[in-house]
Design a protein around this ligand. Structure first.
Ligand SMILES: Cc1ncc(COP(=O)(O)O)c(C=O)c1O
Length: 373
């Protein structure tokens, strides 16, 4: 097992002559072990000669990873971003970097490639940012098509792969330039460590990200890197259970009288089920992840009553842990998204998001049954 290297600095034999480790913000053996593991999982394809950690970089949180990635842009650049993204990503783009850095975020529905083509013509983006499945409405983006369109206009394509994980899809293999993760979620897997990551398949981008990671300094600490690596050891087997259980729960909820609609890429009723079946695979078969989003019949009162009554599901933000979580995006994870944008995306008072854990599926269904009753 990789040891936790807590040294912040390393002795030099002569000024400027070190053994490969100088100062822990720049070089840390435990973080390097995690970064090389992430590069491997996401198929960076870079050798150690091209980049010390094969093109992967770990950060103090998912948002720290995103914030560092945005520093690849210059002031005045425009970025085309999926309309439905994690609320914190939306806040970082529109309430922080738009002001402090002068970047121009434009939100577009990337499920519609024609919209993307015309947005590229109008805005000449330097970066295209996608989430698939998206948070919280679970829309899908055709990664291969978007990567090709991004390459044709010279934009850096970034995919937040937090929901799918490299077990289900590897965007770099489909032509994306950078993969971003909140490792807080499935990679860590136990809701006990916050972190983030970027992985690239280009040596030139790796060099720029290495500079930015060190220059900005929001690195992941060694204890967190150790815990995240430990979590990753069971990622594959956890994903099997998350996917199997979420599909059964989505089917159960779709048939329930108190549920208006269910969004889960594994249901035939999902508008992009065919794309999901093609793009998301586990052990060679289609698999759709552990996140399920529902619209309840009713409004805030009904949602509140349901969320207060669950016993096995914990009412909490975050996702991707072994335990099942449930939340109300409009009040919780997506409260920072402007109300008009939330309304346009259908993130209303009756929307509830479930992160299906790895507990016994029958217990989870029994819990939802009693809470809905
Ligand atoms: C899809 C997605 N991306 C990014 C983030 C941000 O990650 P973190 O909370 O680790 O900063 C989150 C957090 O919920 C997320 O769900």
């Amino acid at each position: 097992m990789p040891p936790i290297c807590t040294s912040s600095t390393f002795a030099q034999s002569s000024p400027g002559v070190h053994q490969g480790f100088e100062y822990s913000r720049s070089h840390n053996a435990t973080r390097f072990a995690l970064e090389r593991c992430l590069a491997n999982l996401e198929s960076s394809g870079l050798s150690k000669e091209q980049d010390t950690t094969n093109g992967a970089f770990a950060f103090a949180s998912g948002l720290a990873a995103s914030a560092t990635c945005l520093e690849l842009l210059d002031s005045g650049d425009s970025i085309l971003c999926m309309d439905d993204v994690y609320g914190g990503t939306n806040r970082l783009l529109n309430r922080v970097r738009k002001r402090s850095m002068g970047i121009r975020p434009v939100h577009v529905d990337l499920t519609n490639l024609a919209t993307l083509v015309s947005a590229i013509k109008v805005h000449a983006p330097k970066m295209i940012w996608v989430e698939t499945p998206s948070n919280p409405t679970l829309k899908l983006v055709d990664l291969r098509e978007v990567a090709a369109l991004g390459a044709s206009c010279g934009a850096i394509t970034v995919c937040d792969n937090t929901f799918a994980t490299p077990v289900l899809q590897r965007p770099l293999e489909l032509g994306f330039d950078v993969v971003m993760h909140s490792t807080t979620k499935y990679l860590g897997g136990h809701s006990d460590v916050v972190g983030g990551a970027l992985v690239t398949r280009h040596a030139e981008l790796a060099q720029r990200l290495r500079f930015l990671q060190n220059a900005i300094g929001s690195v992941m600490g060694p204890f967190d890197a150790y815990l995240t690596l430990r979590g990753i050891k069971t990622l594959h087997i956890r994903m099997r259970q998350h996917c199997a259980s979420a599909l059964r729960i989505a089917q159960f909820l779709e048939a329930h009288l108190k549920v208006l609609s269910v969004s889960y890429p594994g249901l035939a009723s999902h508008k992009q089920h065919a794309l999901a079946s093609r793009q998301m695979k586990l052990d060679g078969s289609s698999a759709f992840g552990g996140m399920v989003t529902i619209h309840l019949k009713g409004g805030l009162a009904e949602s509140r009553a349901f969320l207060e009554r669950v016993k096995v599901f914990a009412l909490a933000e975050s996702l991707g842990g072994v335990e099942s979580l449930i939340e109300h995006p409009a009040i919780m994870t997506h409260a920072s998204v402007p109300p008009e944008q939330r309304a346009a995306l259908g993130i209303g008072d009756n929307l509830v998001r479930l992160s299906v854990g790895i507990e016994e599926t029958a217990d989870l269904i029994a819990d939802l049954t009693q809470a809905l009753r």
